[in-house]
Design a protein around this ligand. Sequence first.
Ligand code: NAP
Length: 385
Amino acid sequence: MQATASAQRHHLFSSLTSNSLPFPRTHARPRRSPATSIRMALREDGPSVAVVGVTGAVGQEFLSVLSDREFPYRSIKMLASRRSAGKHIAFEDRDYVVEELTAESFDGVDVALFSAGGSISKELGPAAVERGVVVVDNSSAFRMDPEVPLVIPEVNPEAMAHIRLKGRSGKGALIANPNCSTIICLMAVTPLHRHAKVVRMVVSTYQAASGAGAAAMEELELQTREVLDGKQPTCKIFKQQYAFNLFSHNAPVLANGYNEEEMKLVKETRKIWNDMDVKVTATCIRVPVMRAHAESVNLQFEKPVDEDTARQILKGAAGVVVIDDRTSNLFPTPLEVSNKDDVAVGRIRQDLSQDGNLGLDIFVCGDQIRKGAALNAVQIAEMLL
Ligand SMILES: NC(=O)c1ccc[n+]([C@@H]2O[C@H](COP(=O)([O-])OP(=O)(O)OC[C@H]3O[C@@H](n4cnc5c(N)ncnc54)[C@H](OP(=O)(O)O)[C@@H]3O)[C@@H](O)[C@H]2O)c1
């Protein structure tokens, strides 16, 4: 189990080659043969790409997803903070040097994938747009801006239909990637919503360390070792002991008693579904899982939907896999969905507390660095090609 957790964390850093990194670079995801990847992805007619925050948890996953999906690119810039400038990154058999992010970094870039935090997005996202770049932003900086589409490609691709790359007679623009818990939830719930219209949704999350970045994963591993060794756990990223514990999500708590992570689920669902009436409530919890979030979702529908119909709808939904084996008591787990693209759904059952087949309970797991962040953003970039 410990080895598996390490593998999940180390996978994030498989392409970095600086010897100043905190942990070994093993357990790389199996890749296509280099010859295939270079022929397919590095192409003169592809866009010029910038990866902002390339040394982070999401940034490293961007590279993995770009390569796995053979995203065509003419050139690629690796951007991070001054701390990382000069580090080397191996990507598709080439060596790249990480550059310090500045506004000038975006000269000549067509599409930028941002994952360096909200303040960097606010500061440099508009500077990139001014230079004609289409920015796909992973932070919460622009998600609720009415001018900025908030997109899950399987759910609301139409929201970004007006945006084109400058090489394709477009101009600079911002597109926001939703919060990871929102993406995972709506991947599973939207197909049911289309069938019977969700009027109320109650979400309880079980969120992994990776959602808080590379340093949080490192802290969970360190604390686990410390507690097993009978030592006092080191608490730097989170205020409380994380190993062998769980706690309310570390996002700031607002005046209404909800934390910001919970309110993202409420507000982003309404924006993505373009439905200001849907009622959403959420409780977000950090659990000592290395990678991939789980969510329990209770649904109330306008029209009846029985559990067999729901199961069939979910089996046919893009990006969703059903794991719902009642006989063997086998349902989705974070470990099983780690490093996978699909969101897994199980525990599909009628909510006994609601009459007339108007309620369902489901349990959803998804890799929030992949579909909850990097994969979703790369899918958005693919829609621009
Ligand atoms: N982790 C997730 O599951 C997830 C999911 C959805 C969205 N997001 C969002 O994605 C963003 C990054 O998250 P993460 O988990 O990847 O965090 P992380 O592992 O801590 O990585 C942060 C990245 O940002 C870079 N950075 C920090 N300050 C910078 C600066 N002043 N200039 C340029 N680059 C800077 C870091 O570069 P250095 O290495 O040089 O410091 C690093 O590459 C956050 O906005 C987060 O909310 C994360």
